[in-house]
Design a protein around this ligand. Structure first.
Ligand SMILES: NC(=O)C1=CN([C@@H]2O[C@H](COP(=O)(O)OP(=O)(O)OC[C@H]3O[C@@H](n4cnc5c(N)ncnc54)[C@H](OP(=O)(O)O)[C@@H]3O)[C@@H](O)[C@H]2O)C=CC1
Ligand SMILES: CCCCCCCCCCCCCCCC(=O)[C@@H](N)CO
Length: 307
């Protein structure tokens, strides 16, 4: 049965900006108590003020805790303890803290791979590990992981980012099988490009190829993505995606993922062949984007040399 948000304690990592902040607002609007987790204290306080505008009763609280979710497990564990002392056991954890860095494989520092793996992957493991025991004991809980459409397919420029987002899927599938009998449900969200401060930052250094391929799907509003995530998490849906391309991608890449309803399973079975056919055309067009960009670069290099 769906999780009741009124009075529930929701922890949102990365809750001070972008998708995470919108998730927090959405839960707050539905009567939840919120803990925001991120590093920068000014941004946290700013977000707290913004969220508090949406209160639906005078008991609601927004708690802010500053910590780096990717560094030290005992720090993260402490932060969760603090939050539970103030607002009670965590009913829902949304792992939204994350970042993206792009570039060609040979241009990315190996430290970038380490960084993205620790923020996007370990930064989701630590908070989840800190809440799971209590959730299982109480037979109540939702854990949300925010992956990306780039966690469903690998694309140019995202060798470091995509792998960190694919890792989340493996974690989520294994964890869901463990905790389902305890009435704890795991959701993985696969948002497309979304209009956030993080996205603006990413666009400053994104290779042309990555931008052109990403433009296949349109840019979403964070409010819209957050609404879908909260809805799917409450329902206990394993998959959370948005738009027709999101639907196709999730269906196509369902693999051995847990299935939430008979309808979902039937839809996957029936649409698989068709979506693979459509995907073949996309793959062809992505390859031709990459080839065109390569030829353009070669041409302008020759032009530079002769000039
Ligand atoms: N925007 C997009 O196009 C898409 C985003 N996503 C994913 O959604 C998530 C949110 O993205 P978005 O809203 O764009 O990001 P933003 O950059 O706008 O927000 C990121 C949030 O995470 C926090 N954060 C970052 N690193 C850490 C850390 N090490 N420890 C604690 N908190 C941290 C930031 O606060 P602070 O810096 O103060 O710590 C901030 O609150 C990310 O995982 C991203 O990969 C997925 C698909 C598309
Ligand atoms: C049947 C097949 C349908 C195929 C549709 C294919 C669409 C591919 C587009 C990939 C877009 C990747 C977005 C990544 C967003 C992200 O994570 C960053 N913006 C993070 O900041």
């Amino acid at each position: 049965k769906p999780l009741a948000l009124p009075g529930a304690h929701v922890v949102v990592t990365g809750g001070s900006s972008g998708i995470g902040k919108c998730v927090a607002i959405e839960c707050y609007k539905q009567g939840a108590f919120i803990t925001l987790v991120a590093r920068n204290e000014d941004k946290l306080l700013q977000a707290k003020k913004e969220i508090e505008k949406h209160s639906v009763n005078d008991k609601q609280v927004v708690l802010c805790i500053s910590v780096d979710v990717s560094q030290d497990y005992s720090q993260v564990e402490n932060v969760i303890k603090q939050a539970q002392e103030k607002l009670g056991p965590v009913d829902m954890l949304v792992n939204c803290a994350g970042m993206s860095l792009s570039g060609k494989f040979e241009d990315l520092e190996v430290s970038t791979f380490e960084r993205l793996m620790s923020v996007n992957y370990l930064g989701s493991v630590y908070p989840s590990r800190a809440v799971i025991t209590t959730m299982k004991e109480r037979r109540v809980g939702r854990i949300v992981f925010v992956s990306s459409q780039a966690g469903q397919l690998g694309l140019f420029g995202f060798t470091a980012y995509s792998s960190s987002k694919f890792a989340i899927r493996g974690l989520a599938e294994a964890l869901q099988m463990e905790v389902k009998p305890y009435n704890v449900y795991v959701t993985v969200a696969y948002p497309p490009d979304t209009d956030t401060p993080g996205f603006a930052e990413e666009n400053k250094t994104k290779p042309l190829e990555t931008r052109l391929i990403s433009e296949t799907t349109s840019v979403c509003k964070p409010e819209q993505v957050a609404k879908q995530i909260v809805k799917d998490a409450i329902q206990g849906n394993f998959n959370s995606s948005i738009g027709s391309d999101g639907y196709m991608l999730s269906s196509l890449t369902c693999g051995m993922a847990p299935v939430t309803s008979i309808t979902e399973g039937l839809q996957q079975v029936v649409t698989m062949g068709l979506f693979r056919t459509i995907a073949l055309f996309y793959i062809g067009s992505f390859d031709s984007i990459v080839r065109r960009c390569m030829m353009q670069r070669a041409k302008s290099e020759i032009a530079d040399k002769t000039a």
